[in-house]
Design a protein around this ligand. Structure first.
Ligand SMILES: [Zn+2]
Length: 505
């Protein structure tokens, strides 16, 4: 049997003392058999902090017995709030609960939670974990995290009238507050003890808030879980990365048919992820060249409405050693450039094909020079994607070709996965010599064993590459082009994987 004296001793041992203001989150059953039950726990708390202190508990909280009984105990006042009301007893209880409903947010300044922090209060977790620590919502509010949103709530006011209120900066459905425990433990703002079977944590609220705000500046996703199948957290992380992307020098883009064939689906997906640019390859199952101008103009309008643009177009043009500089091919290129102009695209993707052992002295370079000449006149950049098994396959070949063509309008679409498939290490072996030619960086990863994987999970050294390109203020395009199944799900997973890399560098 746990007695009142046992509880008082346990509380004092972790540092709770007379005059303290404390918010208590508790579970009676986790303590074990308490002589006199919840009343005894409440008495013990009251006696330790005394009437010079302040005792507060969120109310109502489902089956939290202690909080429920506390809220109906003599001398206990309750704040009026539809989602986050508290019960309070002791010094300044009236002040602490005052006008809770008038605050624009549920847990911030001018709420009992914000006020408890201001008066150097403490947080007591009695047999419960950080998941129950409501003041962590206050921290989220103070940090103004991008995933917080407005929440409309209906309630009955004190006079029995139906009312509606929009709570600002309201938290999302899922968070991983449990992970906060490790940080608080290491930083010494929390003491841990036991009362009966219950593990008890006493936290100094103000230093906790300060510490976590600092941590959140480093990582705004600190409170979110890392489970790629947690839709809540995936969406919340998307909102954070929207903000982060604004601070990058490079521009993030994604290849259209890697997401979907349907423009509406593509636009929705990009919008959710804060990606403002689209590399247009196939659309409605057809290469962009097959579509009449009105379809293109319509797509343009749809993008403009959402503040999006086309980064480049990939009409599927292959440039082989047999590519003739004849009228037909000149027209083909002209048509591509006209399409690119409709979309105000910056670049045009060209695909090398075939091998030519004599390219050094000849034909391939002449053809590419010819194409870049047209591109220069029309003010568009042609990018050649390194492709295994072609004359533009390994880094040596790519570099020699680019140097010989030597045009600002004939640049490299750097696909690190393709170098991996060629047996090269994209960061260590390839990038030092070739990076000044990169105009588009394809976010595409692969393993030396030959299969593709999500960005950062293969051998393409994506993280190292992005990091060094950041250091060099790379201001071209990063285009998501995972060589995996072309589904919405894969797109979201790829974005998540890329965000994970960006968050950790
Ligand atoms: Zn989650």
């Amino acid at each position: 049997m746990i007695t009142k004296e046992n509880i008082k001793a346990g509380l004092k041992k972790i540092g709770l003392k007379k005059g303290d203001s404390v918010i208590v989150h508790s579970s009676l059953s986790s303590i074990g058999m308490v002589e006199g039950g919840a009343e005894t726990v409440i008495k013990a708390l009251q006696e330790v902090v005394s009437s010079e202190g302040l005792l507060m508990m969120p109310y109502p909280l489902g089956n939290a017995t202690i909080a429920k009984i506390f809220s109906t105990s003599p001398g206990v006042l309750k704040s009026f709030h539809p989602t986050h009301s508290v019960a309070a007893w002791g010094k300044d209880a009236e002040k602490i609960i005052e006008d809770h409903i008038k605050s624009p947010t549920a847990c911030g300044k001018n709420t009992p939670y914000g006020r408890l922090i201001d008066r150097n209060g403490r947080i007591l977790l009695l047999g419960v974990d950080q998941d129950r620590n409501t003041i962590l919502h206050t921290v989220e509010e103070y940090a103004n995290l991008p995933y917080l949103s407005d929440y409309k709530v209906k309630y009955i006011d004190k006079k029995g009238r139906g009312r509606e209120k929009v709570l600002k900066k309201y938290p999302g459905p899922h968070r991983n507050f449990i992970g906060v425990d490790r940080i608080l433990k290491d930083a010494d703002v929390m003491k841990i003890g036991t009362i009966g079977n219950a593990v008890v944590r006493l936290i100094k609220a103000k230093p906790m808030v300060k510490l976590l705000l600092k941590e959140l500046r480093k990582n705004p996703a600190l409170f979110l879980c890392d489970n790629p199948n947690c839709i809540d957290c995936v969406i919340q992380r998307g909102k954070i990365s929207k903000i982060n992307l604004k601070n990058e020098r490079f521009t993030l883009s994604a290849v259209s048919d890697e997401i979907s064939d349907n423009p509406e689906e593509i636009i929705t997906a990009l919008n959710e992820e804060g990606i403002k640019y689209l590399e247009l390859r196939n659309i409605y199952g057809q290469p962009v060249l097959n579509h009449p101008d009105d379809i293109c103009n319509n797509l343009n309008k749809m993008l403009t409405v959402k503040g999006m643009k086309i980064s480049g177009i990939d009409p599927g043009i292959t440039v082989s050693p047999e590519f003739e500089r004849n009228e037909e091919n000149i027209n083909l290129l002209e048509n591509c450039i006209i399409k690119a102009e409709i979309f105000d695209a910056s670049y045009l993707v060209l695909h090398p094909s075939g091998r030519n052992n004599e390219w050094v002295e000849g034909k391939m370079v002449e053809t590419l020079k010819f194409l870049s000449g047209i591109a220069e006149k029309r003010n568009i950049v042609c990018v050649l994607e390194n492709t295994p098994g072609t004359y533009f396959g390994n880094s040596k070949e790519c570099l020699e070709i680019l140097k010989m063509v030597n045009s600002p309008c004939m640049r490299l679409a750097f696909n690190p996965a393709h170098f991996v498939l060629n047996g090269e290490k994209p960061f260590l072996d390839v990038s030092p010599s070739i990076r000044k030619w990169i105009y588009v960086f394809y976010v595409d990863d692969a393993l030396f064993t030959g299969s593709f994987d999500l960005p950062g999970y293969g051998n393409a050294e994506i993280k190292e590459l992005i990091s060094i390109m950041r250091c060099r203020s790379f201001d071209g395009f990063l285009s998501l082009k995972p060589g995996l199944t072309k589904t919405l799900e894969t797109f979201y997973k790829s974005v998540r994987a890329l965000q994970r890399l960006l968050e950790t560098m």
